[in-house]
Design a protein around this ligand. Sequence first.
Ligand SMILES: C[S@@+](CC[C@H](N)C(=O)[O-])C[C@H]1O[C@@H](n2cnc3c(N)ncnc32)[C@H](O)[C@@H]1O
Ligand code: SF4
Length: 367
Amino acid sequence: MMNNIGIYIHIPFCKSKCAYCNFVSGKFCQKFQKEYVKTLIEEIKTYKINKKISSIFFGGGTPSILPSSEINKILNCIKNNFKLTKNVEISIECNPNSVNFNKLSNYFNMGFNRISFGVQSLDDEVLKKIGRVHNRNQAIRAIKQAKMAGFNNINVDLLLGIKENKNIFKEIKLLKSLGVTHVSAYMLILEKETPLYKMVNEDKIKLLNEEQSIQEYEKYLKILNNFGFKRYEISNFCLKGFECKHNLNYWQCGEYVGFGVASHSYLDGIRYSNTENICEYVNDYNLKTYEKLSNKEKLEELIMLGLRTKKGVPLKNLLKYNYDPLKNKNALKMLCLKLIKINKTHLYITSKNFGITNQIILKLIED
Ligand SMILES: C[S@@+](CC[C@H](N)C(=O)[O-])C[C@H]1O[C@@H](n2cnc3c(N)ncnc32)[C@H](O)[C@@H]1O
Ligand code: SF4
């Protein structure tokens, strides 16, 4: 496990709520946004820790909705309050609708070195259906502008399972030619209490069924791979050397500190969670809950998160919790069935079995 830690900053604002999303985010006036940033800065300023920061991730919501001067204030506060590693990765999530060349240049000049665009789809019909505020051309323009602004580590989020895409090859080819180095391809989760859930239940929208979604994902897998985007986590693909350090740290059960509403921290075996209520957070950012993880819970996290990655879980970490796959009945069975494998250092799921990761994990952590 790494000794350095990651910092996550939650910006819970969006221009409007997408039909499928249940993240802690919403539409708020500028006055409230300013108040939120003030609280966030207070929370960061008062936090003391003696470890170096190897990644900083501004996520949301839509961080790019804030003026760049506000983002600069937050980033400066982090720089003043913590020691950063030399190669610190600093990412920001952006909606293609809320950036322009100036904003992206400002981010680059402040020190951001990784940018992540919520593209979701390059089909205007799909974008409209799921309530996105941008269209295909805006997404392409935003990526081009990021490249011109100096970014050479660009992620796009894609959302699959909505409609069959007949243009996957052309689109991945286009994304690569624009300078995209990382793709997060998420299978749509139909979250209860979202407008999309209601529309699907009322037969107003038809999505791909499970079988069609799996076929669609497989087409993406193949084409992404052909263009050099290697799968290193269930939903994440990148060109060589462009893995997201921040997320790798989560999956390796590394330590991190989260600031902002609904953010989480994990330090010294304790999980801290900030309130999920934005007004409550602005009134008192100290409203946190604490949970000390038992060894059993730590082991489960190790397996659940580590097995999402191609590399898998380090054997030495499993042994720390007295989990020896060669002595565990379920693990042995799955080793025989070649659902999981062991090399000198790791226990991992073979890529062709990534589709049944959840079932494998449940078996591995069964008592
Ligand atoms: C915080 S958002 C990204 C940045 C920005 N808010 C945007 O959407 O442009 C993180 C990503 O989560 C994914 N996501 C959100 N809701 C989802 C859902 N219900 N199922 C699967 N993926 C989802 C989307 O791909 C989204 O880009
Ligand atoms: S997907 Fe992104 S832009 Fe859409 S509501 Fe969720 S956080 Fe906001």
